[in-house]
Design a protein around this ligand. Sequence first.
Ligand code: PLP
Length: 238
Amino acid sequence: MTSIQQNIEQITSQIEAIKQKCHRTQDTVQLLAVSKTKPVDAILEAANAGQRAFGENYVQEGTEKVAYFASHHPELELEWHFIGPIQSNKSRYVAENFHWVHSVNKAKLAQRLNDQRPEGLPPLQVLIQVNTSGETSKSGINDNEIFSLAELISSLPNLTLRGLMSIPAQTSNYEEQLSAFGELANLQQTLKNRFSNQQIDTLSMGMSGDMQAAIESGTTMVRIGTAIFGQRDYSNKQ
Ligand SMILES: *Cc1c(COP(=O)(O)O)cnc(C)c1O
């Protein structure tokens, strides 16, 4: 077994242990393997350990990886999640190549993704990226903008609204982690109540450094990079 495969096993059992500890054994907490900056070989190792869902942050890099696996390993049927910021002129690549997008934060972007989703593909599965803790630097939106954006997404035929995503300010303080995630979980509950006719079932929160607090707060999808693939090298990114 490779170290990536060991890491996946270890994280999967950690997720189970935390779920037990906070009495969430019946709930799904999906593992999204964040493979940004990592080579296709690393993704293949993870896929061979049974991992199916992968997250990418950079449009060009992600698009190349999607194409690589579609042509070399179609049998793996990998599921691709776009989790990074999207510039308008790149939205087409996201609409054409990915199954999920976690970083929708504007009406204009939602509209473009809908219009650019190719005919014949299922709707793009969408999460609205929100800010918690009043943070404005991470390209999310404010609470009061969320519901009008949710309204728009629900009305667009090529998008399916699935819930919320957040990247709270990094902190090693557990109480602060719980507080930011709790805020997001409350918003998700409000969204579910207001859009009870939609399939609002996904709350994307928790990374390598704050997975436990996220699971305790009700996350349904943790986005884990470093703890699976090791430290990233950004030297070839500008
Ligand atoms: C990079 C990244 C992750 C993974 O972070 P790790 O700390 O390496 O687990 C998760 N979510 C988003 C949006 C990211 O950009």
